[in-house]
Design a binder for this molecule. Structure first.
Ligand code: ATP
Ligand code: MN
Length: 478
């Protein structure tokens, strides 16, 4: 039986008073043939296990190498060394799994994040990644806690769908048809009637449309699941498979929507600070070290903890798209032609523009509202001006867009009109339009990219380093 062991996090919270315990974990380092730094993933802190000189077999000691797994029974005593409050003086040490020190890719030294990405199957065993993934866990838990406390229903929307919510062609197709000789129609096109579902299907790009159906019965729902986009964007903020949180609320307008999004973001950040302080402090330290490589003007003005506190204690700036464009046009950066892409009303802001607004101009998260209708999805509520829609994007320092949302068009005629203009076949979305036929209500919702949130909280610069096994163009190892 293994379950009598104590986890290292729980043990380190105790006072050392000669208690006899069993611990299990992986060796991080073994110094002077005597001191084992043991880690079991419950905390970033290692337990110092002392193998007293002369007490153990040479053969056994040789097998205590970085990466090996051990079961240790011993007595907990106050540590004589600095840096830890307790030692576990070993009575017995059992090697559960050897790790050939010559072959084990993780050496007890600093590895680059790029290298660790190539050994993503082992990178959880590093200080950085174990901290990131504990924080990720806490944030995920906080997401459910927040919505649960507010009475939202967690709705599981489908992974395989026949609709493309955005009307954008960035989907992964799901099919069982043979590649080499698919059934064809008379005109040569592929006959999807013969496919598994009797029609063409794909992996979901968003659960929103189905989420709206739920909101029309439960009032408030949220989804939290994987989302797939075959976009060929090789950026530090895009994955082909990412997790999205999509709340959808009946009887909400754009302002209610913004208020909820801001409260939600602050709640989960606070929850992580309250529950993962050590990991966050470690990551803050890591970021400071990393930024020392950069020229002074490229370093963050605030440390990670400071930044998170700042976000908690300040309101997000709220501006309209039109105001945002004016700020950009009047900016020194624009006048000095520092932007690569031109700025004028109607553009889809590029990340350089978003970053200017957030990092240079306001220096805090910004909610931009009322975008031109032509750059936004068909379901967003049309404003009286005939030009804009009740959209909102939240932009975060260092990340750019973290939330995209809107009040939805609840008026059937307006919605049908917009769909026709955008060539979205109403016949395929008959079920969606039914919500506007039977008891339609003003409603709103948003999508928060979970990995971008994890990046924001952990300070990790590349989105590939906050998801366990990243899927990106030309990369699906593990
Ligand atoms: P972007 O302009 O950054 O590509 P988007 O406008 O395509 O974002 P939405 O369709 O509004 O994004 O999706 C909602 C949220 O999902 C975004 O605010 C972002 O946080 C996240 N997101 C979108 N695409 C990706 C992706 N490829 N990888 C990770 N997160 C993403
Ligand atoms: Mn996109």
């Amino acid at each position: 039986m293994f379950n009598t062991r104590v986890k290292i996090k729980a043990l380190l919270a105790q006072e050392p008073q000669n208690q006899e315990v069993t611990v299990m974990g992986w060796v991080r380092t073994f110094r002077n043939n005597q001191f084992i730094a043991l880690n079991d993933g419950s905390t970033g802190n290692n337990l110092q296990v002392v193998a007293e000189l002369g007490k153990f077999d040479e053969e056994l000691l040789k097998r205590i190498t970085t990466g090996a797994s051990l079961k240790v029974k011993g007595t907990v005593v106050p540590s004589l060394g600095k840096g830890q409050k307790m030692d576990l003086v070993a009575q017995s040490i059992e090697v559960l799994g050897d790790s050939d020190a010559e072959k084990f890719p993780l050496q007890p030294k600093k590895h680059s994040l790029e290298f660790l990405r190539e050994i993503a199957h082992l990178r959880f065993r590093t200080n950085t990644f174990s901290a990131v993934f504990r924080v990720r866990h806490t944030l995920a838990f906080a997401v459910h806690k927040f919505f649960h406390e507010k009475g939202f229903v967690y709705l599981h929307t489908p992974i395989i769908t026949a609709s493309d919510a955005e009307g954008a062609g960035e989907m992964f197709r799901v099919t069982t048809l043979p590649f080499d000789n698919p059934p064809r129609n008379e005109d040569g096109s592929i006959n999807f009637k013969e496919d598994f579902f009797g029609r063409s299907t794909n992996l979901t790009v968003s659960g929103q449309l189905e989420g709206e159906l739920g909101a029309m019965a439960f009032s408030d729902i949220y989804t939290f699941g994987p989302t797939f986009r075959a976009e060929n964007s090789n950026t530090t903020r895009h994955l082909a498979e990412f997790w999205m949180i999509e709340p959808e609320m009946a009887f909400y307008d754009l302002e209610d929507n913004m208020n909820l999004a801001e409260e939600f973001i602050k709640y989960i950040i606070k929850y992580a600070i309250d529950n993962n302080k050590e990991d966050l402090e470690f990551l803050a330290q890591r970021l400071t070290e990393e930024e020392k490589q950069l020229p002074q003007d490229k370093r963050s003005e605030m440390g990670l903890m400071e930044k998170l506190d700042f976000v908690l204690n300040n309101n997000f700036e709220r501006i309209t798209y039109t105001e945002a464009i004016e700020i950009l046009i009047n900016s020194p950066a624009y006048k000095k032609k520092k932007f690569q892409y031109d700025v004028k009303w109607g553009i889809d802001m590029q990340s350089e523009h978003e970053r200017y607004l957030v990092e240079k101009h306001f220096k805090k998260p910004v909610i931009v509202t009322n975008y031109p209708k032509d750059i936004k999805a068909f379901y967003m509520r049309q404003n009286e001006d005939g030009k804009t829609v009740a959209a909102m994007d939240i932009l975060a320092p260092g990340i750019g867009e973290i939330v995209g949302g809107s009040q939805r068009e609840e008026r059937l005629e307006k919605l049908e009109e917009r769909m026709a203009q955008m060539h979205i076949p109403a016949s395929e979305l008959w079920w969606y339009l039914d919500t506007r036929r039977f008891g339609s209500v003003p409603h709103a919702g948003f999508g928060l990219g979970f990995e971008r949130m994890v990046q924001f909280v952990t300070g990790m610069g590349n989105i590939r380093d906050v998801i366990a096994f990243p899927r990106t163009p030309k990369s699906a190892e593990f």
